[in-house]
Design a protein around this ligand. Structure first.
Ligand code: FES
Length: 118
């Protein structure tokens, strides 16, 4: 079932990311350009993103999987992010730290799945 969730700071009309939480529920979450994917998911009320470091690329509790076909548009992780991601037992080619993904209009509709907790 699709649950629409409003980003309280959303200013980009109609732009959404499609987030599958750890229970398998799909949420359409509105976003503002320039905000991170982590902030967008966390502030939507989906409770699966701990983001313990607040987005400074040092905790990996914001791990998500980018859907097939979107990884090029999102772009690859930089080395520091990749080093942290590789410490996860759930690391895959689709892995990103959501605090390091800045949302733009080109990412409207982006499907992401929150990674299992390490
Ligand atoms: S919030 Fe800590 S690495 Fe992303």
């Amino acid at each position: 079932m699709l649950t629409p969730v409003a980003d309280p700071k959303s200013e980009t009309a109609g732009a959404q990311v499609m987030v599958t939480d750890r229970a398998g529920n799909l949420h359409a979450v509105g976003f503002s350009e320039g905000r991170s994917l982590m902030e967008t998911i966390r502030d939507s009320g989906i409770g699966d993103i701990a983001a313990l470091c607040g987005g400074t690329c040092s905790c990996a509790t914001c791990h998500v999987f980018i859907a097939d076909g979107w990884t090029e548009r999102v772009g690859p992780p930089v080395q520091d992010e990749l080093d942290l991601l590789e410490t996860s037992e759930f690391f895959s080619d689709e892995s990103r730290l959501s605090c390091q993904v800045v949302l733009t209009a080109e990412l409207d509709g982006l499907p992401v799945t929150i990674a299992p907790e390490d």
